[in-house]
Design a protein around this ligand. Structure first.
Ligand code: 5AD
Ligand code: SF4
Length: 436
């Protein structure tokens, strides 16, 4: 009987993609996936370290999974991803039921790590390996409709709040030939939507290739119908790149462009390396060349030194850009990042940060709802991606990355359909197909 596994994923798209990679490595080694953790011999939890809140939640979940071990001795629990990388051995000291602590550069040797852990007990593998390029590993993809394609790992920026450069190391870019071959193969299998992934995906460089050139080449692979990328750094949004986005039909009219703050003073303390003006100039360029583009963003409030007037500038920027949606966060100090060493007197009181967050969320929601309401009554091409979690509905997305729910049979999954938008909750749409 083959051994079984269960992988659970928290955090960003890179983690979703990494989990598909781990599942691929295990499958290639003869493991079989099961549909609940209670049936698994090996349980892997792929974690995020970006905010304290995320880490606490995952620790709670891992403690809960310990019940499986209590019922079936011999089961192994592994913690993978950024939190594993950040805490290393300390994780096992905190939670002695964790058998394996596995950093992102160790996934290739998962089978060996599991063997070692079942033989000798606790294994920690958090070596960052600049030579690990993840080539030659087959992913076990969850969707037959869209695919995540990691083209870059790590990050060379050093934003002062961010743990990622420490958990994932320096930027490493994949060879363009391997990326194109992988996408061609998946397109031949019928996948039509592709999202290129990287921490600062548009800083991609390899020999004579930059990101604009790669994006154009991918857009022209036969069978690629929708192409996205995430997350870009604003500084690497060049005119050349925006031109490729505008010219290549497959590239979707949506960009998630993290701004973090609308205040120059705060941007500087964050070491974002752009001013508000430089950011909005990129936005103007995007809208000039791609008038119907949807823009989304990430914003942090309560960064050390953020004064009320800085926060007002963030609100003002949100009103100026009119984002289609935004992820909003309270600053969370991460050990080892430069921001934690700033003058303690500049730290923003939790209740002030909370109040700013609420005010920001309200502003973001109002704008999103107003923009989405204006789309009700129009017709959009929707790629039907999966069955929705609730109701007997299918879930799809517009080119601009907006979620649409429609009634329909499973046979429609993977299809592009013209959908009349009939309503919106503010964030997602309802609709019905106007042609079959
Ligand atoms: N505190 C709060 N938010 C953070 N992010 C990254 N680091 C932190 C932190 N220490 C946010 C940024 C980033 C998103 C993925 O998470 O907005 O773009
Ligand atoms: Fe973190 Fe900044 Fe790198 Fe993004 S660009 S991963 S926020 S250091």
């Amino acid at each position: 009987m083959s051994r079984t596994y269960w992988v659970e994923t928290y955090g960003c798209q890179m983690n979703v993609s990494d989990s598909e990679l781990m599942e691929g490595v295990l499958t290639a080694d003869g493991y079989r996936s099961v549909s609940t953790p209670d049936e698994a011999d090996v349980i892997l939890v792929n974690t995020c370290a970006i905010r304290d809140h995320a880490e606490r939640r995952v620790l709670g979940r891992v403690a809960e999974l310990n019940r499986v071990k209590k019922n079936r001795p011999g089961v192994l629990i592994g913690v993978c991803g950024c939190m594993a990388q950040r805490l290393g051995e300390r994780l096992m000291e905190q939670a002695d039921y964790v058998d394996m602590v596995i950093g992102p550069d160790a996934y290739r040797s998962l089978p060996q790590i599991i063997d070692e852990a079942s033989r000798d007990g606790g294994v920690v593998d958090i070596e960052l390996n600049p030579a690990e390029n993840y080539e030659g590993l087959e992913m076990r993809r969850a969707s037959r409709v869209s695919a995540w394609i990691p083209i870059q790992r790590g990050c060379n920026y050093r934003c002062t709040y961010c743990i990622v450069p420490y958990t994932r190391g320096d930027e490493k870019n994949r060879e363009p030939g391997a990326i194109l071959a992988e996408i061609q193969k998946l397109a031949d299998e019928g996948i039509t939507e592709f999202t290129l992934l990287g921490q600062t995906v548009n800083s991609y460089r390899f020999d004579g290739w930059n990101f604009a050139r790669l994006l154009r080449a991918v857009a022209r692979v036969p069978g690629v119908r929708r192409l996205r990328y995430t997350s870009p750094h604003p500084n690497d949004v060049t005119r050349e790149l925006v031109e490729v986005m505008a010219e290549e039909e497959a590239v979707c009219a949506h960009l998630h462009l993290p701004v973090q703050s609308g205040s120059n003073r705060v941007l500087k303390r964050m070491a974002r390396r752009y001013t508000r003006k430089e950011y909005t100039q990129r936005v103007e360029l995007l809208r000039e060349l791609i008038p119907h583009i949807a823009l989304t963003t990430d914003i942090i409030v309560g960064f050390p030194g953020e004064k009320e007037e800085d926060f007002r500038e963030t609100l003002d920027l949100v009103n100026e850009v009119e984002y289609d949606s935004a992820f909003t966060f309270k600053y969370s100090p991460r050990d080892g990042t430069p921001s934690t060493r700033m003058d303690p007197e500049t730290f923003v009181a939790p209740e002030v940060a909370q109040r700013r967050l609420e005010e920001l969320i309200k502003a973001v929601r109002e704008i999103a709802a107003r923009k989405n309401l204006a789309e009700v009554g129009s017709t959009r091409e929707v790629l039907l991606e999966k069955r929705a979690r609730r109701g007997n509905l299918l879930q799809g997305k517009t080119e601009t990355n907006k979620a649409v729910l429609i009634p329909g049979p499973d046979e429609w999954l993977g299809r592009y359909m013209k959908i009349a938008l009939t309503g919106t909750t503010g964030a997602t749409f309802t609709g019905y197909p106007i042609e079959r």
